[in-house]
Design a protein around this ligand. Structure first.
Ligand code: PBG
Length: 349
């Protein structure tokens, strides 16, 4: 860098004096195309259950979700990420309901694609909502979350989602080798064009608390099997940076088309390093705890929701995220309309 011109020749504030000027030299722009809205899908009809831990979010049955997706599209958001919340009675140690043709996610995907063929549907691939113990993989005789036996189930689940019409499958389980297993299973079934979004650098985070309430997926020994109480044997240690790069590299080598860092706000350094190190599309997931923190602050009159959310989203994009997964996505689309398109003004050709 050449020597910086000094004060008073240079004044940093000169270029900040007017909104029009600030807009002209702004370095980071957000676009509606980069947002993904997560949804929780329930079996049944006419269901729209309040999620206590996530104010403003609901568990939908397919029919009510279709109405919601109509609103989402009208708000200018074109991508969704689906999580299945099966009946408690459909959970089992072997998680068989995770890959049934008429399972909760498979049916929802089929209907969504029938009604909204242009909506991009991403499905979360993980066993935790389907196992009776709530872990993302199977439990072996030593009481551990078993890696290799879980891979076949994850591959089967991903295949069933892709066959139902999912545009992208997104494994979030953190078993080693799952991208390879899923890629192979999809390819064998002539689904070579279904891409994989891998939750590659997924940390064992306290920020998932509200989600586990939403998806009924907290690990627990209450189902009769004695299991670990946390996911630390498979999700990453928040203290680790280099390991995140190894995880991402491994997933790309196994065939991931897009990778993710999760959670988002507390991991901006990882997002930046991942974007610098790998020239692949990168997603950041602003998780349930990040959403709930904002909502709680707003409910207590401590923050301006729009300003706080947009600042958070801008930081994720500035750090290097291409794709932003957030429970605020629909709201951001609505705010953008109120601003006549000035909020999300990035044009991508
Ligand atoms: C499933 C899964 C989780 C989240 C996404 N997929 C929960 C977990 O790992 O416990 C968290 C999403 C959120 O908190 O918004 N494994």
């Amino acid at each position: 860098m050449n020597a910086m011109p000094q004060f008073p020749i240079y004044r940093h504030r000169r270029m900040r004096m007017k909104e029009s000027l600030r807009r002209l030299v702004r370095e980071t722009h957000l676009g509606a195309d980069q947002f993904v809205m997560p949804y929780f899908v329930r079996p049944g009809f006419g269901v729209k259950e309040v999620i206590e831990s996530m104010p403003g979010q609901y568990r939908f049955s397919t029919d009510t979700l279709l109405q919601e997706l109509d609103e989402l599209q009208q708000a200018g958001i074109g991508s969704v990420l689906l999580f299945g919340v099966p009946e408690e009675s459909d959970k089992s140690p072997g998680a068989e309901s995770a890959w049934q043709k008429n399972g909760v996610v498979q049916k929802a995907v089929h209907e969504i694609k029938r009604h909204f063929p242009d909506l991009l549907v991403i499905t979360d691939v993980c066993l935790c909502a389907y196992t009776s113990h709530g872990h993302c993989g199977f439990i072996n005789e030593r009481g551990e979350v078993d890696n290799d036996s879980s891979l076949k189930a994850l591959a089967e689940m991903a295949l069933s989602h892709a066959e139902a019409g999912a545009d992208l499958v997104a494994p979030s389980d953190m078993m080693d080798g799952r991208i390879q297993a899923i890629r192979k299973r999809l390819d064998e079934s002539a689904l070579t064009n279904t891409p994989i979004l891998s939750y590659s650098a997924k940390y064992a985070s306290a920020f998932y608390g509200p989600f586990r309430d939403a998806a009924h997926s907290a690990p627990s020994s209450a189902g009769g099997q004695s299991v670990p109480e946390d996911r630390k044997s498979y999700q990453m240690d928040p203290a680790n940076r280099l390991e995140a790069l190894r995880e991402i590299e491994a997933d790309l080598c196994e065939g991931a088309d897009m990778v993710m860092v999760k959670p988002a706000l507390a991991y901006l350094d990882i997002i930046r390093e991942a974007k610098t190190a790998f020239n692949f599309p990168l997603a950041a997931y602003a998780v349930s705890g990040e959403y709930a923190m904002v909502k709680t602050a707003v409910q207590n009159g401590l923050a301006n929701e729009k300003k706080m959310v947009m600042e958070m989203m801008t930081s994720l994009a500035r750090a290097g995220s291409d794709v932003l997964i957030t429970y605020h996505a629909k709201q951001i689309g609505l705010w953008n309309q109120e601003s006549k398109g000035k909020l999300l003004n990035a044009v991508r050709l």
